[in-house]
Structure formats: structure tokens, C-alpha cells
Design a protein around this ligand. Structure first.
Ligand code: SDX
Length: 428
């Protein structure tokens, strides 16, 4: 095999350097030897947004953006969506293997029996404005959990880490439901341990004065949606999780940062923006005019495009198929017709084709969530709940990775050179 290295010639000095290639990468620090003189700091790489920079090694999720492939621990997302449950997939993502039946039963018992939150969480929720966005409430409450579990600061203790991981996976649906009930002025509903992970969440969300049993089709649809959202390698939110936790802060504080990144409309907040976009378009007849606005760069086609997928997001295909199953129960969401027409036109239009813009996971999820009676501003919360296991599995992996060090990028300085202080009376 030819030598795995780069030979770099610095044309400023005529010097050549040999830089080893490992795993398809070069180490950025190997560029620092390239100097014009001994005083020179040496070369750095510059990559805002990390378009072409790996930040870690990970064995959790594999994506092939060109081929539209997504696998958790080697298992294709299509097979997990078809055959698994969210908690079983969460176990796989965390532990690297599918659980045996006793392992799965113990895991489900563990999560089910940690769904309660401290009663003071209600007081925290009550402090928010009546119209507070549920993501703002969720992010704040995740951070607040660090004050209820100060022992979580022992991040070098794997047993302590595992306990916080179970707590967060278990409590996210409860906190999310509390945020919704607070918004609606409804009493909080305690977890029901007789129900599944998603069944319990639906009950905590929607139970009114009568008894509540989740509809099995909706319970399963939400479980599949949670599987699809569980992890996605080094996305913006996960990068935040790894970056914030690299200072050795507790996982609650770090995950609040991850959830904050997810809240952004270019990331997990896109599902909410897709719904608002479809509502603004209003009818299929208005789609051509909207597409023109997108091509004139007046707006984005929310739910389209992806940093990694330059083909159809495999999750979007599954969600689109599932929409019809949900609508059998809830009735068809008329916004689907607008979404389908947007997709049809976009997939035929050169503007989108040349930019390799395809529907991503957020494009169809919103119309399902709306049909299931979730309010639009709950949609990013419905992304954060399942992504909790991804954030925490990546955190756990980083804690065990000897390459992990505090995230502290360099910069290209563009400011003033040294200058002397000017007393205020002498400033013009
Ligand atoms: C998620 O990373 C992950 O894995 C994220 C995620 C996960 O599971 O964690 O998959 C979840 O966040 C999905 C993405 C949800 N976001 C949206 O749907 C928002 C709309 N999409 C865009 O904002 C955009 O596509 C991004 C942010 C998703 C990706 O942006 P990139 O990779 O930085 O691409 P870019 O902005 O450089 O765009 C390349 C070109 C540009 O045109 P030119 O300047 O080259 O002419 O494509 C255009 C962009 O203007 N473009 C779009 C577009 N997305 C990109 N034009 C119109 N509508 C869009 N949605």
C-alpha cells in the first residue's frame, strides 16, 4: 500500500513536510511545524462550522450522506424503526449491543421507575410566564436538575454517570409534559408506570378529567419517531454536549447547552418552523410563489437541506410513510398536501438539485405531531426528548476517550494592533 502521508511544500520557503494520514485525516497540530521562520506560530486549519473537521472518534452512529445511510451501532435505521422500541434502541446506543430479554426488562424497569421529578420542579415551572416557550422551560429545568443532584459532578465515576443518564432519559418526558400542562393551565399529571415510555408521555400530556388510554397506533408512531431522533453523530446539539462537558461540568448543565443548540431554527427548531412555513403558505396554489421566494433567497425552505445528507434523509422517508398510518387515526392533516407539493417541485427544480437539497427529518414530522394534537411550539421538545440518549451516549463515550480534552479553538485575529489607552476627556 502507498505511504499514508501527505508531502506538503511550503512555497513561501521551499521547505517540504511529510504529514501522516490516519483514518482519512491529518492531525491539525501537524501543520504547526510549517513556519516561515523560528518566530512563526506555525500554520493552523480554519474551518468555521466544522464543515471538514472531525472533533472526535465515535462508534455510536454512522452516516453516509451521499448514500442516505444512517446506522446506530451498525444497525440500519430502517430495521430499528421497523422492529425495535425507543428504549431498546436507547439501550443499544448507550451500550453498543442490543439487550437480551433480561437486560431489556431490567432497563425498562429502571427507566420506568425514575420518571418522577422532585415536587419543587412544579414550583420552578410555575415561575415561568403563562406563554413561555416550552423549550425555554425545558432547557432551564434540565439545568436546574443539576441542583437537585449535586453528586452528578463526580463525572469520573462511571456508576454516577450511569445514574444521571437513567434519570435524564426517564425524566425528560415528565418535564416536557409539565411544561405543556403549565402552558395550558392544566394540572400536572403524574407518571403512570403501567404504560410504555411513549404511552406514559401521551397520558401526562393529554389526560383530562376522564381516564386516559393512549391510542396504540399513536403510541407506536411516537415510539418510532423517537427512534428516528435518538442520535445523529456530531450534529450541532451533540457538538455542544461534547464541547460544554469537555470542561468536566456535570451532565445536566452540559445537556442544557445541547438542548439550547437544538432549539435553534436551523437545527431541532426546524420542525416548528416547517409547520409555520406550511401554515403561512396556506394552500397548494401558493407553493410556486413560495418556491420563487426561496430561490430569490428571501427565505429558506425549512425542513430541506442537511450538512451531511446530500441525498434523501432516510429518516424523512420513514416519517413520510408513517404519516399515512397516523392520519388513519387522526384524520388527514391538510398541510400534508402542501408539503407533498413543495417536495415534488423542489425535487424537480435545478436550484434545489444542484444544491443537493432534500427533505430532512424535520420536513414531515411536524404534520404528524400537529395531527396528534401537539402544539407547534412543543415540536422541538419532541426532538429533545429522544435525542437525550444520543447526547448522553456521546458524552459517556467522550468521558472514556483518552483523546478528549477541553474544547478551546484558536482564531484568526482581525482586530487592532497594540495601541495606548486614551483618557475619556481626550477622546473625540
Ligand atoms: C437537523 O446535523 C444534523 O445531523 C442535524 C439533524 C440531527 O438529527 O441532529 O439532522 C437535525 O438539524 C436537520 C436540519 C434541520 N434544519 C432545517 O431544515 C433548516 C433549513 N436547512 C438549512 O438551514 C440548511 O440546509 C442546514 C443548516 C440544515 C445545512 O446547512 P449547510 O450544510 O451549512 O448548507 P449551506 O447553508 O451552506 O447551504 C448550501 C446552499 C446555500 O446556497 P448557496 O449559497 O450555495 O447558493 O444551499 C442553500 C444555501 O442557501 N440552502 C438552502 C436551504 N438549505 C441550504 N436554500 C433554501 N432552503 C434551505 N433549507
Amino acid at each position: 500500500m502507498s505511504e499514508q502521508s501527505l508531502t506538503i511544500t511550503d512555497n513561501r520557503t521551499g521547505k517540504t513536510y511529510s504529514v501522516p494520514i490516519t483514518d482519512g485525516t491529518i492531525r491539525a497540530m501537524d501543520l504547526r511545524q510549517i513556519k516561515v521562520d523560528p518566530e512563526d506560530f506555525g500554520l493552523m486549519s480554519h474551518d468555521p462550522g466544522f464543515n471538514n473537521t472531525s472533533s472526535c472518534r465515535s462508534a455510536i452512529t454512522y452516516i453516509d450522506g451521499e448514500k442516505g445511510i444512517l446506522r446506530y451501532r451498525g444497525y440500519p435505521i430502517e430495521q430499528l424503526a421497523e422492529n425495535s422500541s425507543y428504549l431498546e434502541t436507547a439501550y443499544l446506543i448507550l451500550n453498543g449491543e442490543l439487550p437480551t430479554r433480561p437486560e431489556l426488562d431490567a432497563w425498562v424497569y429502571e427507566i420506568t421507575h425514575r420518571t418522577m421529578v422532585h415536587e419543587n420542579i412544579k414550583k420552578l415551572m410555575d415561575g415561568f410566564q403563562y406563554d413561555a416557550h416550552p423549550m425555554g422551560m425545558l432547557i432551564s429545568t434540565i439545568a436546574a436538575l443539576s441542583t437537585f443532584y449535586p453528586n452528578a459532578r463526580k463525572i469520573k465515576d462511571s456508576a454516577v454517570r450511569r445514574l444521571q443518564i437513567s434519570r435524564l432519559i426517564a425524566k425528560m418526558p415528565t418535564i416536557a409534559a409539565y411544561a405543556y400542562r403549565k402552558r395550558m393551565g392544566l394540572p400536572y399529571v403524574y407518571p403512570d408506570n403501567t404504560l410504555s415510555y411513549t404511552g406514559n408521555f401521551l397520558k401526562m400530556m393529554f389526560q383530562m378529567a376522564d381516564s386516559y388510554q393512549p391510542h396504540p397506533v399513536l403510541e407506536r408512531a411516537l415510539d418510532v419517531l423517537f427512534i428516528l431522533h435518538a442520535d445523529h453523530e456530531q450534529n450541532c446539539g451533540t457538538n455542544a454536549m461534547r464541547s460544554v462537558s469537555s470542561s468536566n461540568v456535570d451532565p445536566y448543565s452540559a445537556m442544557a447547552g445541547a438542548a439550547a443548540a437544538l432549539y435553534g431554527p436551523l437545527h431541532g427548531g426546524a420542525n416548528e418552523q416547517v409547520l409555520r412555513m406550511l401554515q403561512d403558505i396556506g394552500s397548494v396554489d401558493n407553493v410556486p410563489e413560495f418556491i420563487t421566494k426561496v430561490k430569490n433567497r428571501e427565505t429558506l425552505l425549512m425542513g430541506f437541506g442537511h450538512r451531511v445528507y446530500k441525498n434523501y434523509d432516510p429518516r424523512a422517508a420513514i416519517v413520510k410513510k408513517m404519516a399515512y398510518e397516523v392520519f388513519e387515526v387522526t384524520g388527514r392533516n391538510p398541510l400534508l398536501d402542501i408539503a407533498l407539493e413543495l417536495e415534488r417541485i423542489a425535487l424537480e427544480d435545478e436550484y434545489f438539485i444542484e444544491r443537493k437539497l432534500y427533505p430532512n427529518v424535520d420536513f414531515y414530522t411536524g404534520i404528524i405531531y400537529q395531527a396528534m394534537r401537539f402544539p407547534v411550539d412543543m415540536f422541538p421538545v419532541l426532538f429533545a426528548i429522544p435525542r437525550t440518549v444520543g447526547w448522553l451516549a456521546q458524552w459517556e463515550e467522550s468521558r472514556e476517550d483518552k483523546e478528549t480534552s477541553i474544547a478551546r479553538p484558536r482564531q484568526i485575529y482581525t482586530g487592532y494592533n497594540e495601541r495606548d489607552f486614551v483618557p475619556v476627556e481626550k477622546r473625540s
